[in-house]
Design a protein around this ligand. Structure first.
Ligand code: PRX
Length: 625
């Protein structure tokens, strides 16, 4: 790694960068954290200014911009109407080639209509609404309409099964669910309505369900709570007031996987969140007025919330939503789209980069890709060879790659380069201005480690887009993030800082598995396995995979009298798909007659990881047997 040469930005990139003396900002923000974020907040609109920038009197329940009145929609839409009404806010396309362009003014109409629909249905400020849709404009409209009304949205990724959806609906006590009837994926029709209706069978808090007609055929209504999106929207007025919210009022809940079987409801607010995501996007992706910005994530994840929908809209840019897989209907579909819409900033995940790398450059050569100015990567560590390939073949050696490290909980980029920074392939660069990150020893007393020593990545300073709590679980919020390493926010990642101050993320330190950048809790997959009639116990771990980063290896103890067979393996894999969703990719299942456990019955995944690699499992004195 020490031999890695720096990749330096071109003169053009440096000359046109939104922020030229970034290093000075980084240094200044260490001394005046509040001043730095206050400047960022002043670039946005507020109904009423704050009394304090940061109130840490009840830490770790930090309050940003306390005393202010705002709404993220004031900044994402309302303030643009006069100056950018005719500008395209959203470009949408799907794998069938269906496409739409929605201007800021049209988006405002739709969002107002949806806010009025919510009112008609009796959904009020503070109520929860679950959405379950693919990457379509209605997803954005529903989220923004909720935000406008002060309603808390909870988006569930459309790749989750009915069980996972039901759990997330019930955890949030949602009164309304908005789901699409389906989606086209790799030529197949995915029936989302069936999954949503299955979830609704045991979701008593849900009073109404709105069905968005995304398939080419009309949906049939099968549950008496169901209503049709188009019919409701047609009747609704396109005028609505944006509700004035306290800065710290919740904007959304986003469930994410942790170490237990229960997903964590990460809560983000209106005020601090909008400041954090807009400043980071503006500085890191150097957003300009004429940019066409494409983030290939899904709105079901935090990347979609912060950097497909809210961030780009706050900056008044044009954001592209593509509903489809990377290499369908043709292996060059993404490159076609970049040329067709003249995409300038392209943000994707390492797993996609590796997929394209495996296909070779023949599909890329057919396209110009000259509109591209900046590239981005997120979700998992990008290996240097994939980084270099991305740089050379997609960026044509002129587009810096922003490898952004962050999390559902952080809401915004935390460790990242900016375009003027020298880059090292595989490193996420340095903490963003105003962020102080350290590597601490895993063992007590958790001392700060020296450069080049691997340890736990922790964050020292609070930041405006930070999660405010875990929904209905403030105690769990403290326990998960602030207790183990007192005084710091614990990220759950291993990392290392090199002698130049660059950070290298080395993967999760907890029982979270990252499959193609998707965050999956081992315990949630184990629960899915154990819910099969033949399974007594299960333990799963992540093992390295060339394409997806990690995949699952499952160890299963069958019930007495059941024989492990290849057929049963297939059945169990299918069972996990049904119970959890297709994103939990199981590479293999090994049947065992015992699993390594502590005396208190906790499965020791550390031992399983060692087994899987043929390594020494280390100290086994706490093992039950
Ligand atoms: O392990 C890190 C990895 O993704 C985790 C957060 O997952 P999630 O909450 O789903 O959010 C993903 C999108 C922000 C982190 O704890 N991760 C994210 N970005 C990177 C990364 N690992 C290495 N490099 C990155 N750029």
């Amino acid at each position: 790694m020490k031999d890695e040469k720096f990749y330096k930005p071109s003169k053009d990139i440096i000359k046109s960068a939104n922020v030229k003396n970034y290093e000075k900002y980084r240094q200044d923000a260490i001394i005046d954290l509040e001043g730095f974020w206050e400047d960022a907040a002043k670039e946005l609109d507020w109904y009423k200014k704050w009394n304090t920038v940061l109130d840490d009197s009840k830490a770790p329940f930090f309050k940003w911009f306390k005393g202010s009145k705002t709404n993220i929609v004031l900044n994402a839409i309302d303030r643009h109407i006069k100056t950018k009404g005719k500008k395209v806010a959203i470009i949408y396309e799907d794998e069938k080639g269906r496409s739409r362009k929605i201007t800021y003014s049209e988006l405002n109409d739709e969002v107002c209509k949806f806010a009025n629909v919510l009112e008609t249905l009796g959904i009020k400020k503070g109520d929860r609404v679950v959405t379950y849709m693919p990457n379509i404009p209605e997803q954005a409209i529903a989220m923004l309409g909720c935000a406008k009304s002060g309603v808390i949205h909870s988006v569930v990724y459309a790749g989750f099964s009915h069980e996972a959806l039901r759990k997330r609906i019930n955890e949030s006590g949602a009164k309304l669910i908005v789901f699409a009837d389906g989606s086209y994926r790799k030529g197949k029709e995915i029936n989302l309505q069936e999954i949503a209706e299955e979830a609704l069978k045991k979701a008593p808090s849900v009073k109404k369900a709105i069905v968005v007609n995304n398939l080419e055929k009309k949906p049939k209504l099968n549950d008496k709570r169901e209503l049709i999106w188009d019919e409701l929207m047609e009747k609704a007025s396109n005028k609505a007031e944006t509700v004035k919210m306290d800065s710290t009022d919740p904007l959304f809940i986003l469930y994410t996987s942790g170490t237990t079987g229960e997903p964590k409801g990460v809560v983000h607010d209106h005020g601090g969140y909008q400041v954090g995501i807009s400043r980071t996007l503006k500085w890191v992706f150097d957003i300009k007025d004429n940019d066409i910005y494409w983030c290939t994530a899904d709105p079901g994840w935090i990347t979609g919330h912060s950097y497909i929908i809210y961030g780009p809209l706050i900056l008044g840019t044009t954001t592209l939503m593509y509903e489809g897989a990377p290499i369908y209907p043709t292996p060059d579909i993404w490159w076609k789209i970049i040329d067709k819409y003249k995409v300038t900033v392209f943000y994707t995940a390492p797993t996609a980069v590796r997929l394209f790398m495996g296909l070779g450059d023949k599909h890329i050569k057919k396209h110009k890709l000259t509109s591209l100015r900046l590239l981005g990567s997120v979700g998992e560590p990008i290996n240097p060879s994939a980084w270099k390939w991305y740089y050379e073949f997609i960026g044509k050696k002129k587009c810096p790659i922003m490898d952004t490290w962050w999390q559902t909980e952080t809401g915004m980029f935390m460790i990242t380069p900016v375009p003027t920074m020298d880059l090292k392939p595989g490193s996420a660069g340095k903490p963003f201005a105003g962020i102080q990150a350290f590597i601490v020893d895993e063992n007590e007393p958790h001392e700060i480690l020296r450069p080049e020593e691997k340890g736990l990545l922790v964050i020292d300073t609070p930041w405006p887009a930070m999660l405010t709590t875990l929904y209905n679980s403030p105690k769990r919020y403290i326990e998960k993030y602030w207790k183990d390493i007192p005084g710091y926010y614990l990220t759950g990642d291993y990392a290392m800082q090199d002698l130049d101050g660059y950070f290298w993320i080395e993967g999760r330190s907890d029982d979270v598995i990252k499959i193609a950048g998707h965050r999956i809790g081992s315990a949630e997959v184990e629960n899915a396995l154990v819910s099969h009639k033949d399974v007594a116990e299960a333990a799963v771990i992540g093992v390295a995979d060339e394409l997806r980063g990690e995949v699952i290896l499952a160890y299963v103890l069958l019930k007495k009298g059941v024989n492990g067979s290849p057929k049963l393996k297939d059945e169990l894999k299918q069972h996990v798909r049904n119970e959890f969703g297709p994103i939990a990719v199981i590479k293999d299942i090994e049947f065992k007659d015992k699993l390594p456990k502590t005396r208190s019955g906790k499965i020791m995944r550390r031992v399983l990881r060692a087994w899987s690699k043929g390594e020494d499992p280390g100290d086994l004195s706490t093992l039950q047997d």
